[in-house]
Ligand binder design. Structure first.
Ligand SMILES: [Zn+2]
Length: 335
């Protein structure tokens, strides 16, 4: 029998991945600059899935809806009824669609239905949404109506694959409280909120101060923001429930190689703290964070999952997807 945690609840280990390929980077980097990384992301996904299967991990894959499409033709046939009218027009991906390829083979950085199917077919994996178009909910010019149309298009694309979307991750973590009712209408029961510490608060892309980024980097190695686990019972009272992020799983760094054991320790200690106290610990990253050094990142992730297995044996910690956590919270509330 595992030991009981301090509040009698089983700790929960949850992982979410923002799967977006070039749609998440197109306004920041050129395709040439991230081509290798994105091809690496494609190769990393089957390895991550194999690792998850080996350790009984239930993860949430927040996927950009465009990636569900077989190519330009299918995407153009299935556009939202209303497109976002960002003041900063370069944020809209829609003009770029014309220059994409017409199949996944021709354009694997913009379309990925084969990977979507592979993820969805792997036991325990939740196919979720990162909106249809990598939609920015805090940017000027866009509206709740355009967000609704975007989410409807995402739901339709998933439904064509027989998938019902239940969890959402806001692109660039641009959490907009006013849009939660739109999420609820579309059947979303869980979203990933931001870490509570000041250094993790949401801001628009252009309004992100350097100090915040620096503080987050340091916090990956040193305990600056405290132990980032969250009480399973404090997720909100209405759907969708907030399953807040605890930490971004950064890429292994050759530049800061000597500090890597410190970074691993930081994560393991937070996981232990969550297991001992019956909290939810939520790690997130993008598959492309593994793209430049797949074996190094897989090895780092394996050490985290080994630690999870120990915590499962000792404290009964469980791996759950975001939707599973929300379902469980819903059942508790209705009791
Ligand atoms: Zn994203």
């Amino acid at each position: 029998m595992p030991e009981l945690s301090h509040n009698g609840e089983e700790g929960v280990f949850t992982l979410s991945l923002d799967f977006e390929l070039f749609w998440g980077l197109r306004d920041i980097l050129t395709k040439e600059a991230c081509r290798e990384t994105l091809f690496g992301a494609r190769r990393a996904i089957p390895e991550i899935l194999a690792l998850f299967s080996g350790y009984g991990i239930h993860a949430t894959w927040a996927t950009v809806g465009f990636l569900f499409c077989s190519g330009r033709g299918e995407l153009l046939k299935n556009l939202p009824e209303l497109l976002p009218s960002y003041e900063e027009s370069s944020l809209s991906p829609y003009p770029a669609i014309a220059n994409t390829g017409n199949s996944e083979e021709e354009d694997p950085l913009h379309y990925a239905p084969s990977l979507v199917r592979q993820i969805a077919a792997t036991p325990g994996q939740e196919m979720a949404t990162h909106t249809f178009s990598h939609y920015y909910c805090l940017e000027k010019g866009q509206t709740a109506e355009a967000f609704r149309a975007d989410l409807e298009a995402a739901c339709r694309a998933a439904a064509r694959e027989g998938i019902e979307l239940r969890s959402l991750v806001f692109p660039r973590n641009q959490f907009n409280e006013e849009y939660l009712s739109v999420c609820r209408e579309q059947g979303i029961i869980a979203y990933r909120g931001n870490q509570q510490n000041w250094m993790y608060r949401a801001s628009t892309t252009s309004g992100e101060p350097k100090l915040k980024r620096l503080a987050r980097l340091a916090d990956a190695y040193l305990n600056l923001s405290g132990f980032n686990g969250h009480l399973a019972t404090v997720l909100g009272e209405t759907l969708p429930f907030n399953i807040p992020a605890s930490r971004l799983l950064r890429s292994v760094s050759s530049r800061l190689k000597l500090l890597e054991p410190l970074r691993l320790q930081r994560i393991k200690k937070e996981m232990s703290h969550a297991a001992e106290n019956g909290l939810v610990y939520h790690l997130w990253w993008h598959p492309h964070n593994f793209g430049n050094d797949i074996s190094g990142n897989i090895a780092f992730l394996r050490q985290i999952l080994r630690h999870y297995r120990q915590l499962r044996e000792r404290y009964g910690m469980r791996s759950m997807s975001m939707a599973e956590i929300a379902e469980q919270a819903q059942q508790k509330l209705s009791r």
